[in-house]
Ligand binder design. Sequence first.
Ligand SMILES: Nc1ncnc2c1ncn2[C@@H]1O[C@H](COP(=O)(O)OP(=O)(O)OP(=O)(O)O)[C@@H](O)[C@H]1O
Ligand SMILES: [Mg+2]
Length: 468
Amino acid sequence: MARFFNTNAFRLAALYFALFAGSVLALFAFFYLSTAGFIETQIEQTVGAEIRGLQEQYEQLGAAGLVALVRERSLNERVDNMIYVMTDPFLHEIAGNLSAWPRTITPVKSGWITFPFDVHTRNGTVVHTALGTQLIVGGDRLLVARDLRDATVFRQHVLSTIAWAALISLALGIIGGLLMTRQMLRRVESVANTTRHIIHGDLAQRIPLTGSGDEFDQLGTNLNAMLDQIERLMAGMRQVADNIAHDLRTPLSRLRSRLEVTLLERPNTTRYAEVLTETIAEADQLLGTFNALLSIAEAEAGSRRDTATVVDLAEIARNVAELYEPVADDKGLTLTIGTPDSLPVRGDRHLLSQAIANLLDNALKYTPSGSVSLSVSRDDGTARIEVVDTGPGIPPDRRDVVFDRFVRLEGSRSTPGNGLGLSLVRAVAILHGGNVRLADNAPGLKAIFSLPAVQAETPRASDARPAA
Ligand SMILES: Nc1ncnc2c1ncn2[C@@H]1O[C@H](COP(=O)(O)OP(=O)(O)OP(=O)(O)O)[C@@H](O)[C@H]1O
Ligand SMILES: [Mg+2]
């Protein structure tokens, strides 16, 4: 409960309630003030008109005429609750329907007075109040008044009606405010609940939406989108971790068991040397996998490496091709290279070298016979590297998945490799604001790597670093 009073929702509700109560009370006060005086005003008008009429009569008929008139009007039961008293200058009654000139008179406003008087009913005598005004005619005094009872009853009636209405409105206001607060708190609570579940490891939890599209729904939608993204990233990371565990555990355990078996055999230096050489080769391959994974992670993170330096893509390509010429010669493949004199791009020399090397490596590795060509060209603002071979190629429906980590196609299992080369190529392309795609060379494969070229600027001497 203390927590409830501390919430923003409660404070808001309290503020709204105060505003609501203030306006309801102001409205009712206005209503009361404008209706409650209504009957008094009517009485004043009636009494005023009556006394003016009597004055006119006095002026026409004289004192005797006025007395006769007052007597006549006082004869019946008090018609219309009207009260008449006429006395001589010494307050001796001459005519009227009140037993005597009232003893206590209270002035209310200029010319108007109130006074109590006795009313005889079947149940005894009660005191009423009257509102009236007086007139002096030739020394005699005339008082005309009217019973205020109706006005009092009406005023009380209005007051009690307003009091009830105010009470009901305020009660409704409180209930409404509490409901509103509860509703708001419940939505916040549901967000808090979901985050609690997620913190405790249930990443599949999502914030429930009401579908109303209000602020809470928008917040929920955004949070859910964020959670989806986080879940995707985590799934990707888990996949990498799984892949590593799977792809590194097998060679590591193979390596270990070979050493163990050799150790159990009869000591033999020649045999030892043989096994150690194999082990070193296998360890090298493991290191290669680790390095490739690290390079991909680095390129994907893209933070540590400097990609703002202007480098010459043509020169990088020539250097890489030079490294692979012996490989091509060994396999009896023709390797042709076509590059412009220079092609400046902004990028990381080491990563670009590795990307080109991976493409060339694939082309030479998977092409049994024929030719491989590497060409670098410029097409408007885009620098383009194409590596084309005459090998088996990749079926169109597999051209996307080969970019994923550790993916190797069926026919390639016999050749050494980790299935990480193209993953690095793609990460490098994305890091440089470019892209890589695979196309058909019928027969063979055409890999196209493009990235933005630097507009009409030659690389500065300071940017030239030795190729990796
Ligand atoms: N030029 C190509 N011709 C035919 N198939 C290819 C070619 N390039 C890649 N592939 C196929 O795509 C798969 C993925 O290539 P990737 O370069 O990512 O891995 P890898 O060459 O198997 O291993 P690594 O490059 O890590 O040594 C290869 O295993 C191969 O099946
Ligand atoms: Mg490869």
